[in-house]
Design a protein. Sequence first.
Length: 453
Amino acid sequence: QTLRHGVNWDKALQLRERERSAFAAARPRSRALSADAAEHLMFGVPLHWMDDWSTPFTLYVEAAQGASIRDVDGFAYTDFCLGDTGAMFGHAPAPVARAIAAQCQRGFTTMLPSPDAPWVAAELSRRFGMDKWQFALSASDANRFAIRWARAITGRDKILVFNGCYHGTVDDVFVDLEGGRPVQRASLLGQVYNLTYHTRVVEFNDLAALKSALAKGDVACVLAEPAMTNIGMVLPEDGYWPAAEALIREAGALLLIDETHTISSGPGGYARAHGMAPDIVVLGKPVAGGVPCAVYGFSADTARRAEAAKRAAPAGHSGIGTTLSANMLAMAAMRANLAEVMTDEAYRTMFGLAGQLAAGLRETIARHGLPWCVTQVGARTEFQFCPVPPKNGSEADAILDSELEQIVHLYLLNRGLLITPFHNMMLVCPDTPPADIARFIAVFDALLLELKG
Ligand code: PMP
């Protein structure tokens, strides 16, 4: 028998065929909609990523509420994907739904602020410890704009990222280390500029590499997730960030922390929870409860420098912002979300649930003797196909196995458990029923038994 990540691979392939057939046989409506969609949607989906799930055709959603999703064929799922963080606090939370309904009577977008804007900014400052805020429509945009501000502030052209990172569709960050050399990510479509000219890339948890990449004094900002979450999970080693922050400061670079996923760590993100002092913080996805919105905040000194850079520039297009940024509908949703949904109490509940999930998965993996591990960042949990957690992007990348991931995901999905289609990430929300966490662990146990053959 062929072993792959401790799994009987022949058995895994048989399982895949069985699960695909079971999915297809039970979902005539999703199948019919998929056939209709093929007519006028590229790849048969409105966003080509929606074709990346493990299912043999697209799963169509009828409704999503709290921790659950119902598909068009009447199947219910407990959702551990939660829109890949967009719905981290549950789908359509009632306070956000009410706020949107109320705002609908008062307009959506005017290119002028509503009274929600100063309240939201003050609340963000209280949580994140940053001084001044701006808004965007996606985390990708917020990162793009934050990088532009960092370059304008410092007058430097380089940025530095960590190997294996993802910060949205921001061209500058798609540079990987291959055999120690920076190369543009090959999957990137239509990129005609050589991104390695202006982007440096080093391994996470490698202080010597960071120091040497900063040595020329030409790096505008280091853009980082405080714990990497997009290549599987990679946690910072003890003492890494305090030392890295000192190096970044010493080199006159700005530290731009992207909390879009690590907001799972607490109401003010990972940086606040761990005593970091970033110059700019970005947060997108769940900040307005699932309504498109993103925020980026500046420390007092960085905000002063940003305002000075703008005032010193000629009048005209700044290259920052989009017409619907900070629209009234998103602001109303964000206010309700911050005030009533994304609360300390919600986090306490989520931490308890995620702890239960992580412990159950660890125990199950150990009992089956598989060389897999489990990592947790607050409400976010990940299982990875390696015996000890990876310490950088290269190690994390080496153990990704999308074929095995998809078999696991489809098995779970056919049993009413949805997880993110990329790697093996699971989120819990305040509404996740504890009984469904127990059920997740029981199904995972049955899956491992089958995979061991
Ligand atoms: N930053 C991080 C850390 C992310 O994980 C993502 C998306 N996965 C983004 C930014 C981009 O978010 P969006 O696709 O909503 O722009």
